[in-house]
Design a protein around this ligand. Structure first.
Ligand code: C2E
Ligand code: CA
Ligand code: CA
Ligand code: CA
Length: 277
């Protein structure tokens, strides 16, 4: 997931053979996997740079295929988006994620969960309703759930997309603009989004220690995002110095291997007990 640019070229070639046998098989396997729970969610902690505490976790899907072994999200998410299977996946992730979060909230009542959603989901029937139902079922407050959506996804169909996002935000959910800085950001569009958080892409963060211009870009982005009234989180932070630099730049939150890799639910519980004690 180094950059959306790479993904974009990949999507093009996918489209050419979208109906090829192996791709269709992979998609029917995926539907089956969701039902049979071959998929699971791993969770990557999010750290608040002001308090040094973990404030939430991002859910990332993992799929263990009975014959192929581990299949990476980058190998099936774009295809699931093209074929529309993504909406079943998102629904599964919301159900699984909220159920998992509920097992952690006894010890951490304010813990937040982030789920990745796709542009296609925004036109799915009943999206707001089934998200609300999942939250209620597990006694979670709407502000505990953040939906991460890439900026390009939000712009795919600006009118429908924006309407759906406003409806979601109106129920109290948080919206995060994912992978910011990689797509064709329209700043005028950004200011219209009912977002709570902007997530700076790893591609912007990766060389802030080595490159003065990267530092300028990140610092400027942080200030701009704050000026618009959103919180800012950096992804892909791999070392302590980068974390310190981001804190000095007034970035609110961070995620990355420096803090922790994504991990299964049971490991999160253990990890949290150590970290937030
Ligand atoms: P993303 O949402 O930008 O997620 C961040 C990706 O970077 C994850 O890859 C994560 O494991 C990885 N990562 C986190 N910290 C670091 C770091 O410090 N260094 C490096 N090199 N990588 C880091 P993953 O899990 O392979 O997911 C790739 C992409 O697949 C995600 O990018 C997201 O766009 C998509 N994805 C994953 N799970 C889901 C899901 O449940 N639903 C949807 N719609 N998309 C998903
Ligand atoms: Ca994400
Ligand atoms: Ca991201
Ligand atoms: Ca990214």
């Amino acid at each position: 997931n180094a950059s959306q640019g790479v993904l974009a070229t990949g999507v093009y070639s996918h489209e050419l053979d979208i109906y090829s046998e192996s791709r269709l098989t992979l998609m029917s396997d995926l539907k089956e996997a969701l039902i049979q729970e071959q998929t699971s969610l791993h969770y990557q902690p999010k750290l608040c740079l002001k308090t040094g505490r973990v404030v939430g976790v991002e859910a990332l899907i993992r799929w263990h295929h009975p014959e192929r072994g581990w299949v990476f999200p980058s190998d099936f998410i774009p295809l699931a988006e093209e074929t529309g299977v993504i909406t079943q996946l998102t629904r599964w992730a919301v159900e699984r994620g909220t159920a998992d979060l509920a097992t952690l909230t006894g010890d951490y009542p304010d813990l937040e969960l982030s789920i990745n959603i796709s542009a296609r989901d925004l036109s799915a029937k009943g999206l707001v309703e089934w998200i609300q139902a999942a939250l209620q079922r597990h006694n979670l407050r709407p502000e505990q759930l953040t939906l991460e959506l890439t900026e390009t996804a939000a712009m795919e169909d600006p009118e429908t997309g924006l309407k759906a996002l406003v409806a979601l935000a109106d129920t109290g959910l948080r919206i995060s603009v994912d992978d910011f800085g990689t797509g064709y950001s329209s700043l005028s569009y950004l200011k219209q989004l009912p977002a709570s958080e902007i997530k700076l892409d790893r591609a912007l963060i990766i060389d802030i220690l080595d490159s003065e211009s990267s530092r300028v870009i990140v610092e400027t982005a942080v200030n701009m995002v704050h000026g618009l009234g959103y919180q800012v989180i950096a992804e892909g932070v791999e070392d302590e110095e980068a974390a310190q630099l981001l804190r000095d730049m007034n970035c609110d939150r961070l995620q990355g291997y420096w803090l922790s890799k994504p991990m299964p639910l049971n490991d999160v519980r253990r990890w949290m007990a150590q970290h937030n004690s």
